[in-house]
Design a protein around this ligand. Structure first.
Ligand code: GDP
Ligand code: MG
Length: 355
């Protein structure tokens, strides 16, 4: 039995359960999850190491989570769709994930249309089957989907309850070509801890705010100094209006404190150090429509830029209070470590799905 490996892209409309599936398969929390659609804004890679078992060869699955597919209406939305297309191009298999509790709608069709172009090998993943009592109700659904695309397999699962995942992994491995392990075994993601920290803060924003605020906010980590016992992080939460800023700060700063404390505890767990987290809130009108701003959010780009400017990555602190010019500030520090890695940093340069 050869060792098999490849890139597997998870595709589906917002809220189908893509991030939940990624986390369940990888076994660690890589992608932030919330009940609000469009939580995932960047491509996320998770690595699943499948050990050799009786009669079955082992393998490595590099999972790429995508932002939920939707018709873009802003620079941020367009950037998200570029991410989806780029992810699709370099992958060996696509898992099209559908929420079985929802009717098929134009957004699902949009996802299938994306598939047709490069004629990719795809599995249909019927997710959230835990919410369906009579499993026979799935059959007409399967029929319907099979007519729309020539899926290699149809796999019912519950990403949340972790049902059907072993079968899914087996089927995925069997489909992938014989190939090398792309990542060392103790590495589960190529995301820098700095980006993960920003995502954890953003998750708390999503959980603690409502209406338009989750969509109007984003987080940039301005400073990230990792020490053996203490990590100092300074981050800015950008919103679009002064009114939103007021809500985010809250009465007597209570809301910001709540978001900060919850995020800090999670980041501490991720890094295994104490964390000193400073949060700032800033209104940046119409940031979602600013191409420059949205591009700056992209950590791969940020990393590349910093490496380019400095020659080699290095480490220096910044004074969080003197942060008027966002640009200059973010180029300051550059100690990027992927989570749970030992050895070389796998950043954008090593990412085979990247163009
Ligand atoms: P994404 O937008 O496709 O990444 O979706 P998420 O993974 O963020 O999940 C959206 C919502 O669906 C969250 O509230 C999840 O807890 C929920 N969810 C995901 N998978 C399942 C599942 O198998 N069963 C149930 N009941 N809920 C699920
Ligand atoms: Mg997601």
């Amino acid at each position: 039995m050869p060792f098999r490996s490849g890139f597997v892209c998870i595709l589906g409309r917002p809220n189908a359960g893509k991030s939940t599936l990624l986390n369940a398969l990888v076994g660690e929390k890589l992608a932030i999850i919330s009940p609000k659609p469009q939580t995932t804004r960047n491509r996320i890679q998770g690595v699943v190491h499948v050990p050799k078992r009786k009669g079955k060869g082992g393998g490595q699955i590099v999972l790429v989570d995508t932002p939920g597919v939707h018709k873009p209406d802003s620079s941020l939305g367009r950037k998200m769709m570029v991410e989806v297309r780029e992810a699709l191009e370099g992958c060996d298999l696509v898992l099209v994930i559908m929420d079985v509790t929802r009717k098929f709608d134009p957004r699902d069709q949009f996802a299938l249309d994306l598939l047709r172009r490069p004629k990719t090998k795809a599995f249909l993943i019927l997710n959230k089957v835990d919410l369906i009592r009579e499993k026979s109700k799935l059959l007409p659904l399967i029929e319907q989907y099979r007519k729309l695309y020539d899926f290699a397999e149809v796999v019912p699962i519950s990403a949340l309850k972790r049902n059907g995942l072993d079968t899914l992994l087996e089927m995925v491995i069997a489909t992938l070509p014989a190939g090398p392990a792309y990542f060392p075994e103790d590495q589960v993601t190529d995301q820098p801890a700095r980006f993960m920290a920003a995502e954890i803060i953003r998750e708390q924003l999503l959980l603690n705010t409502s209406e338009e605020i989750p969509y109007a906010t984003t987080v940039m980590v301005e400073n990230f100094e990792e020490g053996a016992r203490l990590t100092r992080i300074a981050a800015t939460i950008y919103c679009e209006r002064e009114g939103q800023k007021g809500i985010l700060v809250g009465k007597g700063g209570l809301m910001l404190k709540k978001i900060g404390t919850s995020a800090r505890l999670q980041i501490e767990r991720m890094l295994g150090t104490k964390v000193f987290l400073e949060l700032y809130v800033k209104a940046e009108p119409r940031w979602r429509d600013s191409r420059r701003f949205v591009e700056e959010l992209d950590w791969r780009r940020q990393l590349e830029q910093r490496m380019f400017e400095r020659g080699t990555p290095q480490h220096s602190g910044t004074e969080p209070s003197a942060r008027e010019d966002r640009n200059e500030d973010r180029q300051e520090d550059s100690k990027e470590e992927p989570v749970a890695h030992a050895g070389r940093i796998a950043n954008g340069d090593d990412d085979p799905t990247k163009d």
